[in-house]
Design a binder for this molecule. Structure first.
Ligand SMILES: Nc1ncnc2c1ncn2[C@@H]1O[C@H](COP(=O)(O)OP(=O)(O)OP(=O)(O)O)[C@@H](O)[C@H]1O
Ligand SMILES: [Mg+2]
Length: 198
């Protein structure tokens, strides 16, 4: 049976070619998919906890791709590869690599010059990378894990609590998360920082 998944607000639907990249053909529902992805992500989180990386390693395209591959590589063939189609969120697909390069340059600069406090660097990075939307799917979870990796590795701070939620369900917490992102789109990052620490 083919994969038939329903999408909630603020999620990016997969096209047919992307759906064909599913490695586990027994998955047919959104719940099963969420569960397999979550298991894969858990392994990636453990990998991030066991390792320590400097800024010159983290703020690279290779690291961004490697982390996505670790998070979704058991489930999707396209894990760790930039998307090749346009989505309802994000820049045109052919702009992804250049926009990401600009963000990585900015982030290295922020870090070296202490332009913003540590948490703000992590959350600004999270906001910008999910706005680019590098991958066919999994961008939200990837961006949140990156923010955690940034604070834990570069500033020895606690990882974020992200509304004390997995943000999978379309509940009030997810609504607050999406509104904080929209406020950040308009240039004010504080709501998203507050949400991440809630
Ligand atoms: N209106 C919006 N403005 C800005 N960003 C948005 C908006 N709606 C969704 N997003 C971002 O896109 C992400 C969803 O993208 P995608 O489906 O690729 O990621 P995901 O990891 O599967 O999602 P999730 O956040 O549900 O775990 C959300 O987490 C959010 O960060
Ligand atoms: Mg999604």
């Amino acid at each position: 049976m083919a994969l038939e998944i329903e999408y909630q607000e603020g999620q990016t639907p997969l096209d047919e070619e992307e759906k064909a990249g599913l490695r586990i053909d027994t998955i047919t529902t959104r719940e099963e998919l969420d569960e397999f992805e979550q298991l894969n992500i858990q392994k990636a989180v453990e990998w991030t906890i066991k390792n320590r990386w400097p800024a010159k390693k983290i703020f690279t395209e290779d690291f961004m791709l490697a982390l996505h591959a670790k998070m979704y590589g058991d489930v999707w063939t396209w894990a760790g590869n930039f998307r090749k189609s346009n989505k309802n969120i994000g820049v045109p697909y052919y702009q992804v690599a250049t926009d990401l390069r600009l963000l990585l340059d900015d982030a290295r600069y922020w870090h070296e010059n202490e332009t913003y406090p540590p948490e703000e660097i992590a959350i600004r990075f999270k906001h910008r990378i999910v706005a680019i939307h590098c991958f066919p799917n999994g961008n939200g979870r990837h961006s949140r894990l990156i923010a955690d990796v940034i604070v834990a590795n570069l500033y020895k701070s606690e990882v974020f609590s992200w509304g004390s939620s997995t943000l999978v369900k379309a509940d009030d917490t997810r609504t607050n998360y999406i509104s904080a992102l929209r406020v950040a789109d308009r240039g004010t990052i504080n709501d998203l920082i507050k949400f991440a620490r809630s």
